[in-house]
Design a protein around this ligand. Structure first.
Ligand code: SPV
Ligand code: MG
Length: 588
């Protein structure tokens, strides 16, 4: 069953005249369809012109077939392929019918000139093929078609070649007799009189097709009244495009600004619509699977500066996530590291100076309570952003990708990345998120870390103290779907029960840190795993950290001098609850 050929036959069976327009590629075909035409003429002239070669069989059948197939794939209306003389003799016609029919083309049109032909409007070499030879081609074509619906249109060039009406009628009748499904009677006269005369002397019931390029004054009503069944506007689209392109390009070259032509060109959106971009995107959403598509990253970046450090001067108009590190915000550095790992579902929770958080391709969720709540409260604003695996990363750290790689490989519903380098006296003034582990890691020994996993017994700050601590929680954690659901359920419960009373190290749940909830989870007997790393990350909480980060990332001179001069005198510590990470809040 040839559906498009069937459709063309159905259209021809209706009383109305069919209007068909030329195209040379998928895009021009879509425009023809959008304009409401009944079918498309895969024009030899247009296709040759699109290659910038003459319409004189310079291209091969393969070129024309490829163009016609592309056209056919782009539209749902039938395509009538202009096949010139059939690209050779009757044997070539047999192969062409097989190929065009298999490509879903509804009809082919072949003309009774000698191969290689030349466009009908080029004066000079308009050589007619012997009638018998062309009759043979029609018979070959009709015998070659596999579906009964496929159509063969015979094009009579007798008027083009100057042989007169008698010859045109004689040939048209012979082609009808040979089995043609329609007759295209072509004329290069400047008025439709010749065509009208031909029709008046035509008595067979075969549909008549005309191409009024040289007699453009004729109307559809006239043609219809004369009994024409199909009119082909063979090249209007191509000529419109050429004129518009030449005009716009000339003007652009002259003026040197796109604004001079903006009003005359189609908006990009129109092009995207013609390309059916939305269909492509829907398919991509449905079918495109990448390894970490179901993995989410959540970066709580709502907090306002609370370290009372000279660094705060760089954070007057932006949160720490947007702190400039060598020309790029900290968050951008981290997003790039994550993307390189294939982690693309990244959500940042914003609050303080939320408008400043501008990173391409990430989702942001605004936490309006950022100034009253703590980091835990922010994380819980992103409940719907959790995935099958969710990595939570504090906004003020810079990390190398291997940490995330190791973390993603770690089994366990809840895994915290921990480091014990603080034991070597690194930055002793900092308030760290400390962790007591179930298995004491050996100190002062070289070790291979591999994938060894420990368990947390205690986590927090005030209640542990550095002497008892085995590790520092670096601010990166991973939750499986189950782990994420435990996190959310325990939080919801504790919100009800600890609204106005101390929650681990916090005065109430609203001010709780992430570590307070983790301690609650540990206390409920849920395993909280520890993945040990030994550096490969750093936090940026004060001016010294910032300087180190800038110099570690390279180009220190340029970046440091491009920032305002900072007064390094420590400012007095002011009490505030402002969505900082846990280690800072109890500095008060
Ligand atoms: C074509 O469009 O290629 C045609 C019609 O064959 S015409 O150019 O009018 O001959
Ligand atoms: Mg042609």
């Amino acid at each position: 069953m040839h559906l498009k050929a069937q459709l063309l036959r159905r259209l021809l069976a209706q009383p109305d005249i069919l209007q068909v327009a030329g195209a040379h590629n998928g895009l021009s075909a879509r425009l023809v369809e959008q304009a409401g035409f009944d079918a498309i003429w895969a024009s030899g002239l247009e296709i040759s012109a699109a290659y910038a070669v003459p319409d004189a069989n310079i291209l091969t059948m393969k070129d024309y077939l490829e163009a016609a197939s592309t056209i056919n794939e782009a539209v749902s209306i039938p395509v009538i392929a202009d096949c010139d003389t059939g690209y050779g003799n009757s044997s070539n016609v047999i192969r062409l019918v097989h190929k065009y029919e298999a490509a879903g083309i509804a009809a082919i049109c072949i003309e009774d000139k000698c191969f290689p032909k030349v466009n009908s409007y080029i004066p000079g070499r308009q050589e007619l093929a012997p009638l018998a030879e062309f009759v043979g081609k029609i018979m070959a074509a009709k015998d070659a078609q596999r579906s009964p619906e496929f159509m063969v249109i015979a094009r009579v060039e007798a008027l083009i070649a100057g042989w007169g009406l008698e010859e045109a009628w004689r040939r048209a009748e012979a082609y009808a007799e040979a089995g043609a499904d329609a007759i295209l009677i072509h004329s290069k006269a400047k008025t439709p009189d010749e065509i009208k005369s031909f029709i008046q002397g035509w008595s067979l019931p075969l549909p008549l097709v005309v191409v009024p390029t040289s007699y453009p004054q004729v109307t559809i009503e006239q043609l219809s009244a004369w009994g024409v069944k199909m009119v082909i506007y063979a090249n209007a689209g191509l000529r419109a495009a050429v004129k518009a392109m030449a005009k716009v390009l000339g003007r652009l070259r002259q003026t040197g600004t796109l604004s001079a032509i903006e009003a005359e060109i189609a908006p990009l959106q129109t092009i995207f619509e013609l390309q059916e971009m939305s269909r492509f995107q829907a398919a991509e959403k449905k079918y495109l699977r990448r390894p970490y598509d179901d993995h989410a990253v959540i970066i709580p970046a709502a907090g306002q500066p609370c370290s009372n450090d000279p660094l705060d001067a760089l954070l007057l108009d932006r949160p720490v996530a947007m702190l400039d590190l060598n020309g790029k915000p900290l968050l951008q550095h981290n997003v790039e590291t994550l993307r390189q790992l294939g982690l693309n579902r990244i959500t940042a929770i914003t609050g303080y100076q939320a408008e400043a958080v501008q990173v391409e391709g990430i989702r942001t969720i605004f936490n309006p309570e950022f100034s009253q709540g703590h980091i835990l409260h922010s994380i819980m604003k992103a409940r719907d952003a959790f995935g099958q695996q969710t990595v939570i990363i504090y906004a003020d750290i810079l990390f190398e990708s291997f940490i995330i790689q190791k973390l993603l490989k770690c089994p366990g519903d809840i895994v915290l990345v921990v480091d014990n380098s603080f034991l070597q006296g690194y930055n002793p003034n900092k308030n760290l998120d400390l962790v007591v582990a179930k298995d004491k890691p050996p100190r002062n020994q070289r070790r291979l870390l591999g994938q060894s996993i420990n368990l947390a017994v205690r986590i927090g700050h005030r209640s542990i103290g550095e002497a008892a601590a085995d590790y520092e929680f670096i601010g990166i954690a991973k939750f499986s779907a189950q782990g994420g659901s435990i996190l959310q359920t325990v939080y919801d419960e504790c919100r009800r029960t600890h609204q106005n009373r101390a929650f681990h190290e916090a005065p109430a749940i609203m001010q709780a840190s992430f570590t307070d909830l983790l301690q609650e989870i540990i206390d409920r007997g849920v395993p909280v795993h520890l993945l040990e790393v030994n550096s490969g990350w750093m936090e940026i909480q004060n001016w010294r950290d910032y300087q180190r980060a800038v110099s570690l990332l390279g180009e220190p001179g340029r970046e440091l001098t491009s920032h305002p001069i900072i007064d390094l005198t420590p400012t007095p510590i002011v009490a505030s609850l402002n969505n900082c990470r846990g280690k800072d809040i109890y500095k008060l």
